[in-house]
Write a protein that binds this ligand. Structure first.
Ligand code: HEM
Length: 409
């Protein structure tokens, strides 16, 4: 086993400037140093893991903790502090046995069967948005018109959060996923969002409506499930994780399919191909960075390197999903590829709880969008599409698109 190298060999993060590729430095690391000491934006260091098999090993190993409050947990924002330090953690920041109990409390809401029952409503939401797009002016920004509202409406209905408040929570969650947001602004965003959800959850506990938060509140009353602060933390996580991620995948997936007309034509001709295409798009873009971080609870050997107790480890799913040992021609988009072993939703005990919902939303959006707007196209050159190069959830700020006849005057 190799003893830890004394000093970091490179820095993290590297900005993603092109929507279709990951930073070349990550590919170099995967080939030469699949677990490497890196220095972070704010100056401290952690281990960066870039190989597919090692990323799965890290994410499956409960000797590596998800508790963001522990010293040594990787921090990659400018200010290095944890805005959630003094708040009750949500499941993403817990370890077993607390994690197992918190996840079990909501797992039943996200089974394949439960999510399948939402399909007609999701189809309706997507159709309504596309009706509006068709009735409005051209070009249109698809991020504002479709990518954000669809997952936002879906998660609001599921949780029982009023959609009329979407601007309030979208603004705050977008501040949280930007590495450059100053610390006091991040704190304010968390405080405002928590206080909003605190009131909302209190109302659910009084009225016990038949929505996800209402059902969890009822469970708490009947059998002592999760208490009020924990329910607020769960609502916070589900609301933020439930729309920001899927919205970015809708935008990026649409862009990729517009840029690859044969692959788009293949899924339009055979809708059975859309779900495998969604898996491939999830692999290809691997939008989540940073959430898959851990801190070692004891000395652990990873890829022949000794990681000491207390050291931070980041499993970089974007690099793992471009590993040539796991995927042939990994830098090519291939909707016919069998990509189910990708790690875009993570791996192991914390693997994304909302993955079935995200898959369905993406499937319904791509099927419906390209069927109803067969001549959809970019309204600007692809190089001008603005990318979120500094965010911990990669995506697009805007996606200007048009359709129909070119206007000549
Ligand atoms: C966890 C990605 C959509 C809820 C995760 C993790 C990843 C991820 C990588 C693992 C974090 C870790 O290992 O610590 C994504 C992507 C999405 C998406 C790429 C969309 C394309 C959603 C949606 C929801 C959701 C729609 C909710 C409705 C969660 C929750 C966790 C999680 C609650 C924490 C699970 C746990 O700690 O046990 N997600 N996610 N996600 N995701 Fe997602």
């Amino acid at each position: 086993m190799v003893e830890p190298t004394a000093s970091p060999t490179t820095t993290y993060p590297k900005a993603r400037t092109c929507p279709f590729s990951v930073a070349p430095e990550y590919s170099r690391l995967r080939a030469e140093e699949p677990i490497a000491k890196v220095s972070m934006l704010g100056g401290n260091s952690a281990w960066l893991v870039t190989r597919h098999d090692l990323v799965r090993q890290v994410l499956g190993d409960t000797r590596l903790s998800s508790d963001r409050r522990r010293p040594g947990f990787p921090r990659f924002t400018v200010n290095q502090q944890n805005v959630f330090q003094d708040l009750p953690p949500s499941m993403i920041g817990m370890d077993p046995p607390e994690h197992t109990a918190a996840r079990r409390a909501v797992l039943g809401e996200f089974t394949v069967r439960r999510i399948e029952a939402l399909r007609p409503r999701i189809q309706q939401i997507v159709d309504d948005r596309i009706d509006e797009v068709l009735a409005g002016p051209r070009p249109v920004d698809l991020v504002a018109a479709l990518s954000l509202p669809v997952p936002s409406l879906v998660i609001c209905e599921l949780l029982g959060v009023p959609y009329d408040d979407h601007e309030f929570f979208q603004q705050r969650s977008s501040r949280l996923v930007h590495r450059s947001t100053p610390f006091d602004e991040r704190v304010r965003a968390v405080r405002e969002l928590r206080s909003y959800l605190d009131d909302l959850v209190a109302a659910k506990e009084r009225e016990l409506p038949d929505d996800l938060l209402g059902r969890l509140a009822r469970k708490q009353l009947e059998s002592g499930g999760i208490d009020h602060p924990a329910l607020v933390s769960a609502a916070f996580l589900l609301l933020v994780a439930g729309h920001e991620t899927t919205a970015n995948m809708i935008s990026l997936g649409t862009l990729a399919l517009l840029e690859n007309p044969e692959q788009r034509a293949a899924i339009v001709a055979d809708p059975a191909k859309t779900l495998p295409a969604v898996e491939e798009l999830l692999r290809y873009f691997s939008i989540v960075e940073g959430a898959t971080s851990r801190v070692a609870l004891e000395d652990v050997e990873i890829g022949g390197v000794l990681v000491r107790a207390g050291e931070g480890v980041m499993a970089l799913v974007s690099a793992a999903n471009r590993d040539p040992e796991a995927f042939d021609r990994p830098d090519e988009l291939d909707v016919d590829r069998k990509a189910r072993h990708h790690v875009a939703f993570g791996f192991g005990p914390h693997q994304c709880l909302g993955q079935n919902l995200a898959r369905m939303e993406l499937q319904v959006v791509f099927d419906t969008l390209f069927r109803r707007l067969p001549d959809l196209r970019l309204a600007v050159p692809v190089e001008e599409v603005p990318v979120k190069s500094e965010a911990t959830v990669f995506g697009l700020y805007e996606l200007p698109v048009t359709w129909g006849e070119e206007r000549t005057c």
